[in-house]
Structures are given as structure tokens and as C-alpha cells.
Design a protein around this ligand. Sequence first.
Ligand SMILES: *[C@@H]1O[C@H](CO)[C@@H](O)[C@H](O)[C@H]1NC(C)=O
Ligand SMILES: *[C@@H]1O[C@H](CO)[C@@H](O)[C@H](O)[C@H]1NC(C)=O
Ligand SMILES: *[C@@H]1O[C@H](CO)[C@@H](O)[C@H](O)[C@H]1NC(C)=O
Ligand SMILES: *[C@@H]1O[C@H](CO)[C@@H](O)[C@H](O)[C@H]1NC(C)=O
Ligand SMILES: *[C@@H]1O[C@H](CO)[C@@H](O)[C@H](O)[C@H]1NC(C)=O
Ligand SMILES: *[C@@H]1O[C@H](CO)[C@@H](O)[C@H](O)[C@H]1NC(C)=O
Ligand SMILES: *[C@@H]1O[C@H](CO)[C@@H](O)[C@H](O)[C@H]1NC(C)=O
Ligand SMILES: *[C@@H]1O[C@H](CO)[C@@H](O)[C@H](O)[C@H]1NC(C)=O
Ligand SMILES: *[C@@H]1O[C@H](CO)[C@@H](O)[C@H](O)[C@H]1NC(C)=O
Ligand SMILES: *[C@@H]1O[C@H](CO)[C@@H](O)[C@H](O)[C@H]1NC(C)=O
Length: 666
Amino acid sequence: MSTLDIVLLLLLLPFADAEPWPLCGNGGNYTANSSYQSNLNQLSAVLPKKASSNRNLFATGTAGTTPDEVYALALCRGDINASACNDCVAAGFQDAQQLCPFSKEATMYYDVCLLSFSSIDFLSTTSSNDSGDILLIWNSQNFTESSASISLLLFTLLNDTALSAVNSSRRFTTARMDISSLPTMYCVVQCTPDLTAGECAACLQDFPQLTLMYLDGRRGGRVLRVRCNMRYEIYPFYQGDPMLRIISLATAVPGAPPPPTASPATSTVGLAKLACFVPLPALVHTASFALESSCSRLAFNSGDKGLQDKAVVNTRVEENALVWRIEEKSSEFTLFDLSQLLKATENFSEGNRLGQGGFGPVYKGQLSDGQEIAVKRLASHSGQGFTEFRNEVELIAKLQHTNLVRLLGCCIEGDEKVLVYEYMSNKSLDFFIFDESQSSLLSWNKRREIVEGIAQGLLYLHKHSRLRIVHRDLKASNILLDQDMNPKISDFGLARIFGSNDTEGNTKRVVGTYGYMSPEYASEGIYSVKSDVFSFGVLLLEILSGKRNSGFYQFGDFLNLLGYTWHLWEEGRWLELVEASISMEMHAAEARRYTYIALMCVQENADDRPTMSDIVAALNSESVVLPQPKHPAYFNLRVSKAEESTTAVERYSLNEVTITQDPEGR
Ligand SMILES: *[C@@H]1O[C@H](CO)[C@@H](O)[C@H](O)[C@H]1NC(C)=O
Ligand SMILES: *[C@@H]1O[C@H](CO)[C@@H](O)[C@H](O)[C@H]1NC(C)=O
Ligand SMILES: *[C@@H]1O[C@H](CO)[C@@H](O)[C@H](O)[C@H]1NC(C)=O
Ligand SMILES: *[C@@H]1O[C@H](CO)[C@@H](O)[C@H](O)[C@H]1NC(C)=O
Ligand SMILES: *[C@@H]1O[C@H](CO)[C@@H](O)[C@H](O)[C@H]1NC(C)=O
Ligand SMILES: *[C@@H]1O[C@H](CO)[C@@H](O)[C@H](O)[C@H]1NC(C)=O
Ligand SMILES: *[C@@H]1O[C@H](CO)[C@@H](O)[C@H](O)[C@H]1NC(C)=O
Ligand SMILES: *[C@@H]1O[C@H](CO)[C@@H](O)[C@H](O)[C@H]1NC(C)=O
Ligand SMILES: *[C@@H]1O[C@H](CO)[C@@H](O)[C@H](O)[C@H]1NC(C)=O
Ligand SMILES: *[C@@H]1O[C@H](CO)[C@@H](O)[C@H](O)[C@H]1NC(C)=O
């Protein structure tokens, strides 16, 4: 078994981009004009082209026969172009002759490629178990922020990038991590593409540990091996958009003012040719180092306190990995910067405010590319930690249906949690149906389409999406209208963020709007798809009648819309329910059918209510034979106008029907 060596390069001298870090190896020397040399020359003529023309910018090659056979490997960083790759590998052969003269074995590391050759066949095994040195390079500048949060973030960045690289077909990932109060970090992880995912993972296995031990706190660093490598910096050093985006909420403790930093081009990353080969019997797992002034005096002992500190960092990462990973290629979801949204909404100005939703105010905004957006700034307490919030939003972002408002992205920075939706130009349904001057703009035909659209959207939430979302706050003001007056349900899934995350059940925290809440939900916190069906029934009656269920509307002797409708139904006077501006368009039979469907939905007993698929079927068929509806819930209760907006209430006990308003008064 060969030993793994770690080469520590102390960085002292200025360093130019195109200069290599050579590791000359100790495999002996060849002589001038030997066949080893000519074999090497042969490889130098073909390998650059071979690597640069390969899709993965990777090549291996051999030349000659034993004992003069030469084995070589070249790998370019996945983001560079063929000509840059060719040049870099070619330079590797040249520089090796200068920097490792006559050495049979050498590895040249550059910013954008690596070249390794040897007289020993290191190509036949892709298991990096025992092959080769590990080279660590770090920036001499340190972060000035608290080191604990840096360690955590660095570890997470590296681990996530590595996982993604392992899982990718090219074994290559570029990543970017945005952190509230720290510089953005950029990272690249790459394995040679001939490794299996498992071999790549094995090769990278010790990287997080090595990073914590040697690169922690440094503003840039690299861990380099022949078969895998990692680099991170606080400036973008790779080309193109990151393949993986990570955001973090962690806030760093500011330290001393940052020292003047050199620009990347004249980076103070320095190099001293001070390679120290440190035998590491059991690598970092049991050994820890104390780096002393001279690298020849590297000492290690297994009881070192340093290691324990690192171990603590390690477990903390598992507990609060406050990061959000978005693989850009697989998602139309955007992580916005807060500054972007502040600009788009003129700092959340009153003039841009569209309204107050149940979960926070909504603003109109315009992104720099001109796209109009609606920005919902969530009330600060969602009862959720970052991780749950992230999971919920990612789930909600996956829901796509023509009758659901599309979630374009979000932003989470410090205490701010903001959701970004597509902008709907025609406001919400309540603006039209409850306003006498506007209601004539919505013909019965249009209303029928709107009802069908809402039903389709709800059906999707209930059935067709893998998630099975219960909206829990369906109401006229949550039905937005696009430029063609198509309805789009908004705020779906927010109940999950602000309440419990099971899809059916009993929650202590009731989120909803009086007048639309089913009795079992309002009083006992029991919710299911049938609670949404109840709200749909109320909404349907409101669309037909142009009257709010809640509030001081006149319903004759009746206290609310449900009781009033029930009365008309029992007397066969269903057409009287319908608002004047549309009643001319409607046949009595149609009025009867829609009233009937609504009454089926608002029955007291959840089991008696139809499902959304029953409703969609009933809306689409002229003759439905369904049982007679039972009398609706609340038909003899007044629904107070004061409670029209979404209210989150805590239920204190199952038996006690006391409903206490949320302290925030939402
Ligand atoms: C190989 O050559 C280098 C430079 O020419 C020399 O310093 C080194 O001692 C030689 N190594 C062996 C094993 O002969
Ligand atoms: C190697 O070959 C070149 C010309 O091909 C010659 O000039 C040189 O002297 C040779 N060197 C050795 C050590 O044989
Ligand atoms: C390749 O990349 C290099 C460095 O980024 C750039 O200077 C060069 O123009 C690129 N060449 C081509 C053909 O795109
Ligand atoms: C990996 O190394 C261990 C010892 O370090 C050895 O037992 C094992 O056989 C090696 N595996 C491979 C695939 O080389
Ligand atoms: C960075 O931190 C290391 C150890 O934590 C220290 O030895 C080094 O001097 C620091 N460098 C700078 C430029 O402060
Ligand atoms: C990286 O994270 C994954 C899960 O997120 C975990 O299973 C793995 O152990 C981590 N890697 C290290 C080196 O801790
Ligand atoms: C790996 O990739 C597959 C598809 O390419 C994806 O389904 C899976 O979630 C990925 N796993 C991880 C850990 O990223
Ligand atoms: C938003 O706030 C920033 C900083 O507070 C200020 O510079 C900017 O002018 C403001 N923009 C608008 C449109 O009010
Ligand atoms: C809906 O919006 C479009 C485009 O903004 C507008 O042309 C149309 O008049 C609006 N319809 C109503 C009924 O306001
Ligand atoms: C969501 O569900 C998980 C397990 O199903 C639970 O641990 C977590 O506390 C729940 N979150 C909320 C906010 O209810």
C-alpha cells in the first residue's frame, strides 16, 4: 500500500495565471535522447489535440513499450474552450521539461488544466484509492468575518458542489453561493470523466476535511489531485453561468475591516517551491496537523484539539445547512437578490403596493429586463425554519397549471422572505363581481369560464399534482385575472408554508377567511380537500349573486348568502339569486344547475360535499343527477364583515371553540 502524501505549498511569491504548480515526482530520471524522451515527445505531439477535441476535455495516452513506456493524462476545466485547452496541455509538456528536467514522472497543475505523466501505469486503475499526492493551495488573504460561519459555508459549498459533480455525467460542476453578509463564493469541482460516480465520490471524499483543516478562513483555495480537484474563490473564475446556485441565510459576524484585496488578475496567491511531502498513514481521519514555521517540521497527533473543533463544525453543518440549491439547468425558478427586488418595486413603495394578502403585502414590480412581476413580501413569522420554507417553496414552484398563478422565484435574505409571481394585469375577481360599476364587464359567459377555470385549478391542486395541496384560503380576492380575464388561483400552497405541512389533518393553526371557511375547519381545525370544496361553493354563489357571503348585504330575513340561497332553492326561485346584469343571459335551468352545484359544496357535513372532479363533471354536463343538497352550513349565522381578510388563528383546544385572532392582526 502506498502512502497518501499531502503537499503543502506555502504561498509567498506573486503568481501569474499561466504558471503551473509542478509536482516533479520521484520516479527517477530519463536521459537525453533516450527512448523515454522520444516517447514523451510523441505524447506531447498528440495529447493536447486529443484532449481538446474530446467532449469532456479529457484524454489519456501511452507511447512506447516497457521499460520506456510513458503513461499520460490530461484534463481541462470543463468550462474552457478547445483552443484554450489545447494550449494549456501543450504548455504542460513544455513546462515539465523546464521545471522537472528529465523527471520520468511529473504533474503540472494550471488554472484551467492539468497534465500528468509517469513511467508507472497509473491509468489502468480509475480507483484513486491509493494514487498520488494531494496538493493544497490557498490564498494568503483571509476572510475577516467570523470563522465559524465561514467554515460552515465553505464546507457546505464544497460538499454540495462535489455531490453535484459526482452526479453529473461530465463529473464537473460550477457553483456559486450567495451569502447575506459575506462575499459571494464560487466553486468548481471536477473528476476525470472516466471515473464512475462512486470512484469520483471516493476521490473527493477527503476534500471537505482537508478544506476545513488547511483552507478554512482563506479567501480562496484549491485541493488538487490527478483524478479530481476542487477550487473556490470569492470572484468568478470560471466562464458561463454557474451550474449550481446556492444561497445561504447565514449571517457572518463582521470582524476587522477587510484588508485591501488585490484584484483577481494580480492575485496575491503566491507560490514558493517549498514542497513538503508529509507521510500521512491514515490520512486526516485520525491525524491532525499543527503547521509550524518550517514545513519540514509538520507534526501531527491524533488527540489534537484542532480536530475536535473541526468535528464540531462538521456536525453543525448537518443540523443547519442553511442553503438553497438550485440546479439552474433543471429549473425555471429564479433566486432573486433582494437588491433586484428593491429596485423592481422602488423599495417596496406604497405606490407600488397592489394589496394586502393574507400572508403579507403584494407589490407590483418591474425587472430590469422589463418583465412585470408581483412581489409578495411574506410576513416575517411563518412558523417555519429556513429548511422547511425552502422545501415548501420548491414544491410550490413545481406546480404549473394555466389556472394557477406562476411562481417565478423567490428571495430570502436575512429576515426577508419574498415570493415573486407573474403579474396579472386585471386585478382580482372581487374587484369585478362585488362592484356595481365593474360587474357588467363580466358577462355570464365570462363568469362561466372563470368558474370552470377555478374548478380546473383546484382539481389540479387536489388531484393532479403529486403534492395534493389544500388551498385553505380560496376566495374572490385570491382569484387573479390575466389580460384575457382568465382566472388564476393565487396564494395556493402558502397555507403549507404558514401552517402545517400535511395535506389532510388537523391543525392547531387555522389559516383562512371567515365566510369561506368550512365549519369543521373553522371550529375544529380539520381540513381536507372538502374544505376547499366548501370555499368553492361560497365563491360560486358570490359569482352568481354578486354579493359577498360576509358583510352587511341585505338578504331579506336571512343572515347570510348561504341561508338566503337555501331559502330560494327550497322555493324554486333560483333565478332570483342571480345578479341583475347577468340574469338576462341565463336560462332558469342553468341558474338552477349552478345554484345546485354550489349548494352541494356548502353542505355542513364534509362527506356530503362532492369532490372537485365531481364538480368539474357537473359543470360540464347539462343534466346531472345528484342527490338533493342538505341545508348549508352556517345558514343561520351572521358572518361578520370585520373578518373578511385572511386570519390566522390558534385553536386552543378541540372542545373550546374560542377563536383568537393572530397577534399580528392579519
Ligand atoms: C534527476 O535529475 C535532477 C535534475 O537534473 C536531479 O536533481 C535529481 O537528483 C535526479 N534524480 C535522480 C533520481 O537521479
Ligand atoms: C542528443 O541528440 C542531439 C541531436 O539529435 C545532439 O546534438 C546531442 O548531442 C545528443 N545528446 C546526447 C546526450 O547524446
Ligand atoms: C477561448 O477562450 C479564450 C480564453 O477565455 C479566449 O481568449 C478565446 O478567444 C477563446 N477562443 C475561441 C475560439 O472561442
Ligand atoms: C484501497 O486501499 C485499501 C487500503 O488502503 C486496500 O485495502 C484496498 O484493497 C484498496 N482498494 C483498491 C480498489 O485499490
Ligand atoms: C490567515 O490566517 C492564518 C491562520 O489562520 C494566519 O497564519 C495568516 O497569517 C493569516 N493571513 C493574513 C494575511 O492575515
Ligand atoms: C455531504 O452531504 C451529504 C448529504 O447532504 C452527506 O451525506 C455527506 O456525508 C456530506 N459529505 C461529507 C464529506 O460530510
Ligand atoms: C442525480 O441526478 C439525477 C438525475 O440526473 C437526479 O434525479 C438526482 O436527484 C440527483 N441526485 C443528487 C443527489 O443530486
Ligand atoms: C431605494 O433605497 C436606496 C437606499 O436606501 C436609495 O438609494 C434609492 O434611491 C431608493 N430608490 C427609490 C426608488 O426610492
Ligand atoms: C384586462 O387587461 C387588458 C390588458 O391590460 C385590458 O386591455 C382589458 O381592458 C382588461 N379588461 C378588463 C375587463 O378590465
Ligand atoms: C412538516 O412535516 C415534518 C414531517 O412530516 C415535521 O417534522 C415538520 O415539523 C412539519 N413542519 C411544519 C411546519 O408543520
